[in-house]
Design a protein around this ligand. Structure first.
Ligand SMILES: Nc1ncnc2c1ncn2[C@@H]1O[C@H](COP(=O)(O)OP(=O)(O)OP(=O)(O)O)[C@@H](O)[C@H]1O
Ligand SMILES: [Mg+2]
Length: 318
């Protein structure tokens, strides 16, 4: 009870000072391709000529290079720690109603770890993922990703940060409907200014890796849900990001296909030593992860290390 009161005090006290950081309902959360690529570039990329797209990608890289140097490093974070969250709060205000979607969350994730965030609907899972990916500002708290304090970044720094470090896998796949599998997977590479031949080769390799070698020319509408999500995974991983965020990646799939997609994600991130943060409401799918963070009403109520559990079992039989 005293902890609850203390939390209330923190929030009430800070509300006045940081009222601009409290999100009013109606504020857009950036989702889907816009979040992934920034602004309206996706729509442009789909319609403009290849030359224009590449020019734009080159311009973005150039103009953002200054901001990189301004980004504060976090020298105190251990080298293999890829995510550090401290006392994270997110408060939404809808008229008179205040919702503490995140109510003082702290945790660390090491590089190469698969972490699931599990909890009931409305517990704050997507809010947490959006904060970690820099898609929404936190009300209060510290988020250090790959050595950078993202809570201090401006929008252009965040776009660069996401392009360089982060891959997203969405529940609704978010593929471009008029583009083939190869074109969809190659899209993030176009924003790196890569020539068409190289990016198509890389995209084809990724499609082979996710078992879709025969579906390179297919449009999303010509594939099953599971196949579309595998294209989504290939697209998220083609830039070889350090961190992959997935919000209910199997939410639209049946249980057998969900298991296949989980196994695939698990295999790829393990091979590439990437860090995967996956949100799910499903305990069974969450248990695939190395670390399970359970949240309820915006607070972490359990942080289970499944790797330790396995070790304990082995030791038990020794
Ligand atoms: N933009 C917003 N404005 C106001 N309240 C919001 C907003 N986004 C989320 N919330 C509230 O914050 C809380 C956490 O929402 P969040 O979307 O993080 O839940 P979730 O765990 O992802 O749920 P689900 O499993 O249903 O996707 C909920 O009470 C929700 O109503
Ligand atoms: Mg959600």
């Amino acid at each position: 009870m005293s902890e609850v009161l203390e939390t209330e005090n923190i929030i009430e006290k800070d509300d006045a000072a940081e009222s601009e950081a409290v999100t009013e309902t109606g504020t857009d959360t950036k989702t889907g391709n816009d979040a992934f690529f920034g602004n309206d570039t996706v729509t442009e990329a789909a319609t403009v000529t290849e030359a224009a797209t590449v020019t734009e990608a080159a311009t973005v890289t150039e103009s953002d290079s200054d901001s990189d140097t301004e980004t504060e490093a976090a020298p105190e974070a251990p080298k293999d720690m890829v995510i550090r969250v401290r006392d994270l709060y997110k408060v939404y205000r809808t008229g008179e109603t205040v919702v503490k979607a995140l109510n003082g969350v702290s945790f660390d994730i090491d590089r190469g770890v698969f972490c699931s965030v599990v909890g009931a609907s409305g517990s704050g899972k997507s809010t947490l993922l959006n904060m970690l990916a820099g898609l929404e500002p936190a009300t209060k708290g510290e988020i250090v990703i790959a050595g950078q304090h993202i809570e201090n970044m401006n929008e252009s720094q965040l776009v660069t940060f996401r392009r360089e470090h982060v891959g997203f896998i969405f529940q609704s796949y978010n593929l471009m409907p008029t583009m083939s599998s190869v074109e969809n997977v190659a899209l993030p590479l176009a924003f790196r200014g890569m020539d068409k031949k190289t990016r198509n080769r890389k995209a084809e390799e990724m499609l082979e890796l996710v078992g879709l070698g025969r579906y390179k020319a297919n449009l999303p509408s010509q594939m099953s849900g599971g196949q579309q999500q595998r294209v989504g995974i290939a697209r998220a991983l083609v830039l070889d990001p350090e961190i992959v965020f997935a919000d209910e990646p199997t939410g639209n799939l049946d249980s057998k296909t969900s298991e296949e997609v989980m196994n695939l994600m698990q295999k790829i991130v393990e091979e590439k030593h990437q860090t995967l943060i996956m949100v799910t409401h499903d305990d069974h799918l969450a248990s695939y992860a190395d670390i399970m963070i359970r949240i309820s009403d915006g607070k972490i109520i359990e942080n289970i290390d499944n790797r330790k559990r396995d070790t304990n079992w082995i030791e038990y039989f020794r």
